[in-house]
Structure formats: C-alpha cells, structure tokens
Design a protein around this ligand. Structure first.
Ligand code: FE2
Ligand code: FE2
Length: 190
C-alpha cells in the first residue's frame, strides 16, 4: 500500500486550526513558543562546543525573537490592550496592562544584543562551551528573568480578562492578529 501523500505544508505564520478562531488560545500558544525559545537558549548555553544541532537551535531562537516576538507584543499592545481598556473591567486590568507594555519596551531594548549573541552562535563564532558560553548563559538568564516572568504575569492578570471580552471583540482581535501576519513574511510565526 502506498503511503498517503503529505498534506500541503501549513503556512508557518498562521496559527494552527485549533487556535485560529480563539485569540486567547492563540496568545497562549505564542507563550508556549516563547517558553520553548527560552529553553532552547538555556540548552544552547550548556551544549557541547561541537554539538551539531547548536547552529540550528541558535538560528531558530533568533528567528523567533526577531520576527515572532515583536508580532506577539503588537498583538497585545495594539490590539488587546485597547479592547480591554474600553471594556467594563478596564479599571481592574489597567495597572497590569501598564506593566505589560513597559516590559515590552524593556524586552525590545534588549533584543539587539540577544540577536547578536544568537547570530554569533549560529555562525559558529560563539560556540557553547566552558570558555565561551558566558554570553549565552547571560542571555538565558536575562530571558528567564524577564520574559518568563512577563508571560506568567500576563497569564495571571491579562489573559483571564481577555477571555471575558465579548464575542465581537474576540473576533475583532483574531482578525487583527491574522491581518498582522498577512501577507506573511517567512518565519513570522508567533
Ligand atoms: Fe507580552
Ligand atoms: Fe504575551
């Protein structure tokens, strides 16, 4: 029996069908990717200098931080935030939104250096190992301390409020998130 033909490759910049119509699940899906990237950087910092997977891991992490993470921050700042601020629960979530947006600025400010480190690792200039892993370990610590704390705060204080938005606002949020990725630059997953 012949093996079935593979289904056409799904566009890499749109969410899976399971979360495409539920923007809160989509944002959580993005957080899953962020956790994977942070774990990837931590693994990279501890990898052997001659690990053949190191360059690909560094490239994958860099691509997400360069393209996917800024899209995710825009979803939250430019789409979700105004919807929450015009809703009946705005007072309760306003401080959490302010913290979210100021952390986005801190994260954005640190990204150029993070990308330099990962691109150097991908190019083999900076290979993991006891003598040269310092910048990667430092980057992993920065991501863990800022980014993981950031998404945990959002999951505790912001996404529960988002799930209370009206069906019309949730549909608008999903439309804006899709539009932001279309036409889709290669690798614009988030
Ligand atoms: Fe965020
Ligand atoms: Fe987020």
């Amino acid at each position: 029996m012949r093996a079935p033909l593979p289904s056409p490759a799904r566009s890499p910049f749109l969410p899976s069908a399971a979360v495409a119509t539920d923007p809160v699940a989509w944002l959580l899906d993005c957080h899953g990717r962020i956790r994977k990237v942070v774990g990837g950087v931590r693994a990279l910092a501890g990898a052997a200098a001659d690990d053949p997977r190191a360059a690909q891991t560094a490239q994958d992490c860099a691509r997400y931080l360069r393209i996917g993470l800024p899209l995710h921050a825009l979803d939250e700042d430019a789409s979700l935030r105004p919807l929450l601020l015009r809703g009946p629960g705005a007072g309760a979530v306003e401080r959490a939104l302010d913290r979210m947006s100021s952390e986005h600025e801190r994260i954005e400010a640190g990204l150029p250096q993070a990308l330099d480190t990962l691109e150097a690792a991908a190019a083999g200039v900076l290979v993991a190992g006891p003598l040269v892993a310092g910048p990667l370990a430092e980057l992993a610590g920065w991501l863990e301390g800022l980014l993981l704390e950031h998404i945990a705060h959002e999951e505790q204080h912001i996404l529960p409020a988002a799930s209370q938005l009206s069906p019309a606002d949730l549909a608008l949020l999903a439309r804006q998130m899709r539009a932001r990725r279309s036409p889709s630059p290669v690798g614009a997953e988030s």
